[in-house]
Ligand binder design. Structure first.
Ligand code: ADP
Ligand code: MG
Length: 269
């Protein structure tokens, strides 16, 4: 199968005054359709920067080296840096979407959630409002939001944290992207709600055939849903493997440390 995205020796430095922060020191990996790849590492290791690089939303003072090759829909074997701004805008939201820790970051308190999903759809597709309504309901169904017609008319403040995250996911999948980047999507949620959102990711993987990069610092989440694991440490990928390889036979000292700080990971379940 062909990959959706391939990072080749990706380096990101931030140039601030006379300082250079090496955020990514040359990382390489691929994400395929219909798989959940966990990018796991402690705070500051470069996880969010990786997502921002794939979406090309890093600040101007970031220096990016290496390649990000896309194989998504009409962007076949395309190097991200060779694309026009218009193409990059088309990719964001239409072909690659991002889900953040805080759904409030993407939800506007002044509009109903239905209006916001419809807006996302109409921003990328030339269809009637009636058709957009149908597609919005469909997105809410895909995000497993109960009673979508009722919820459609509600405002973000009328919803729990977990439901708001589902709405953010409905917005992210409304245009059927092939790749989802989920940056600590359950960190702000309690354990039960977090487990439900992880289950939703599994169903999106199967039903929509998306590839998902699931960023987390939590190995419990990794064990729960990931097909493959990338362990990132100080801007470098220090270990990769499937979930069982990593948990059964961690090789890098950092992975061993991560695992030993959660000794009861399998017995908890
Ligand atoms: N916009 C930015 N400007 C300067 N430094 C940044 C910026 N974003 C991230 N960094 C630095 O890059 C490194 C990686 O950050 P990040 O990817 O956000 O880590 P995390 O793994 O917690 O998501 C950190 O040292 C962080 O301070
Ligand atoms: Mg982060």
């Amino acid at each position: 199968m062909e990959y959706l995205v391939k990072l080749k020796n990706l380096k990101v430095d931030f140039l601030i005054e006379d300082q250079i922060i090496e955020a990514l020191k040359g990382i390489s990996f691929e994400i395929f359709p219909e798989e959940i790849v966990a990018l796991v590492g402690e705070s500051g290791s470069g996880k969010s920067v990786t997502c921002q690089a794939i979406l090309d939303i890093l600040p101007k003072y970031a220096r990016v080296e290496g390649d990000i090759i896309l194989n998504i829909d009409k962007y076949k074997n395309k190097n991200l840096k060779s694309l026009t701004d218009e193409q990059k805008r088309d990719i964001r939201g239409n072909h690659i979407s991002m889900i953040f820790q805080e759904p409030s970051a993407v939800l506007n308190p002044l509009f109903t959630i239905g209006e916001q999903i419809v807006e996302t759809i109409l921003a990328h597709q030339s269809i009637s409002e009636g058709e957009a309504y149908k597609k919005a309901i469909e997105a809410m169904e895909n995000a497993k939001i109960p009673h979508p017609e009722i919820r459609f008319k509600q405002y973000p403040h009328e919803m729990s944290g977990g439901l708001k995250q589902r709405v953010a996911i409905a917005i992210a999948i409304a245009n059927y992207p092939k790749l989802l980047l989920a940056d600590e999507p359950t960190t702000a949620l309690d354990v039960t709600v977090s487990a439900q959102i992880l289950k939703l990711f599994k169903s999106l993987k199967q039903n929509l055939k998306v590839g998902i990069l699931l960023v987390t610092h939590d190995l419990g989440i990794v064990a729960e849903v990931a097909d493959r694991v990338l362990v990132i440490y100080k801007g470098e990928i220090v270990e990769t493997g499937d979930v069982f390889e990593i948990f059964e036979n961690p090789k890098h000292p950092y992975t061993k440390k991560l695992l030993s700080s959660r000794p009861s990971i399998f017995s908890e379940k």
